[in-house]
Design a protein around this ligand. Structure first.
Ligand SMILES: Cc1cc2nc3c(=O)[nH]c(=O)nc-3n(C[C@H](O)[C@H](O)[C@H](O)COP(=O)(O)OP(=O)(O)OC[C@H]3O[C@@H](n4cnc5c(N)ncnc54)[C@H](O)[C@@H]3O)c2cc1C
Length: 400
């Protein structure tokens, strides 16, 4: 892939930048910088979703017929990069980035016509029902049962770590429809309306103090068989396809660059040994090492973009980006804690509420540092742990 930017692409970048400058209101930017979670606060995220939808830019990687843009891979990359750099709120993307592409590939025409426009417009928010207690990395061992009763499945079991279940209208869910044969062969992929009787959602509060994840219980939940995507017992094929999109296709490198820029600003303002922290050789060396990793991530991302351009999907290389992106993000958040020192330890959740008028303890930039550090601990677990990504890379990328 040619990563030199042409005059047309520069004009496109300027157009995207101007849009972000115009539409990203100060409260959206503030909410974005204060959030420690993966996704923006829901009401802010919904407003940003609406702004992008009205502009026709909500689903750049979707085909035009389903509401996508007709952008080239380079334009999509420029757009993602600008979004990362602008501090735009991160949208709840389980519809747009996960189940949407799956419905396009495996769904019936009825499913496409019903679900895809609702994902684009923001009418439906989705959550992902894959993991269970005891079935995370070993996903194929999942136990949630779906038994046929007339033209419905009756679902019993539980899902855990379900991000955003408390907001979601629908869940895409892996269920066991057979106990015969290999465990991968008895799984189906179904779409569940979260209003269906028999569903209970219990919050799980993370150590960063956020309510992002939940445990969801199913007690005789009736789901129309027509809500199955793909063939019965062939959900593993569908599930694996989705995981590629979960792990790849995002512009990690610019997000890392934006985090490094913030860290740079903190280190310029902080004092150490009578001078600026940024001028301390030991600290500067750590910062430089992270900047090198960010550059390496950028180069890898360009290679993955090239794969997407040629094959239309991220492929196993998406695991490389997930691994490098999440581990570097963690390292940046760790160095930010080191840079802000004891101010990072101040517990001030009220100062993280957008629009608050609380006087921060220490510099305002230190307020989200510790919650971000704590929240990023999960980044090397969700969407497949680092160990699992390394297994995939060694097998499918390196051919070991
Ligand atoms: C914040 C957060 C949000 C999440 N959101 C969602 C969501 O929305 N929907 C959803 O379905 N799930 C979600 N998850 C679940 C996530 O996908 C799982 O936590 C993850 O797959 C790991 O599974 P586990 O927790 O069962 O850990 P385990 O699989 O039990 O892993 C425990 C440890 O063993 C290691 N390990 C396991 N297998 C291997 C192996 N084969 N080789 C080497 N090491 C191995 C792991 O790397 C890890 O260190 C979320 C998790 C978190 C933390």
């Amino acid at each position: 892939m040619d990563v030199n930017v042409s005059a047309d692409e520069t004009a496109f970048r300027d157009e995207v930048r101007a849009f972000f400058d115009d539409k990203l209101s100060p409260d959206m930017r503030e909410a974005s910088s204060l959030t420690s979670g993966v996704f923006a606060e829901m009401s802010i995220g919904r407003r940003w979703h609406q702004a992008l939808y009205e502009q026709g830019w909500i689903a750049p990687s979707w085909p035009e017929e389903h509401g996508g843009t007709a952008w080239s891979p380079m334009q999509k990359y420029i757009y993602d990069s600008e979004a990362g750099a602008s501090g735009a709120p991160r949208l709840f993307s389980m519809g747009l980035r996960m189940v949407g592409p799956v419905i396009m590939k495996f769904g019936t025409d009825e499913q496409k016509n019903f679900y895809l426009p609702r994902i684009c417009s923001g009418e439906d928010t989705w959550c992902q029902g894959y993991s269970e207690p005891g079935s995370g990395s070993d996903l194929a061992s999942l136990q949630t049962r779906a038994i046929v009763d007339g033209d419905h499945y009756v679902v019993n079991g539980t899902k855990i770590w379900t991000t955003g279940a408390q907001y979601a209208d629908r869940m895409f869910c892996l269920v066991r429809t057979s106990t015969e044969g290999k465990k991968q062969e008895g799984i189906s992929f179904i779409l569940i309306d979260m209003d269906t009787p028999g569903i209970t959602i219990e919050p799980i509060i993370t150590m960063a103090g956020d309510h992002e994840v939940n445990q969801v219980f199913f007690d005789d939940v009736r789901v129309p068989i027509a809500n199955r995507v793909g063939a019965e017992n062939d959900g593993w094929t569908v599930a694996k396809y989705l995981l590629e999109f979960e792990r790849g296709g995002a512009a990690y490198a610019t997000t890392l660059a934006a985090a490094l820029e913030k860290l740079h600003a903190i280190a310029e303002a902080e004092r150490a040994s009578g001078g600026r922290l940024i001028d301390q050789p030991a600290f500067a060396a750590k910062l430089a090492a992270l900047e090198v990793k960010q550059r390496a991530a950028q180069a890898t991302e360009h290679r993955i973009m090239s794969d997407i351009a040629q094959r239309g999907r991220p492929g196993p290389a998406s695991s490389m980006m997930k691994l490098v992106g999440s581990e570097t993000n963690q390292a940046i958040s760790e160095l930010a804690v080191e840079a802000t020192q004891y101010y990072a330890a101040a517990y001030q959740p009220e100062a993280r509420v957008p629009g608050n008028n609380i006087e921060p303890i220490g510099p305002a930039s230190s307020v989200p540092v510790m919650p971000k550090y704590l929240n990023y601990r999960a980044a090397t677990i969700y969407a497949g742990s680092s160990e699992v990504q390394r297994n995939i890379i060694s097998k499918l990328v390196l051919g070991l």
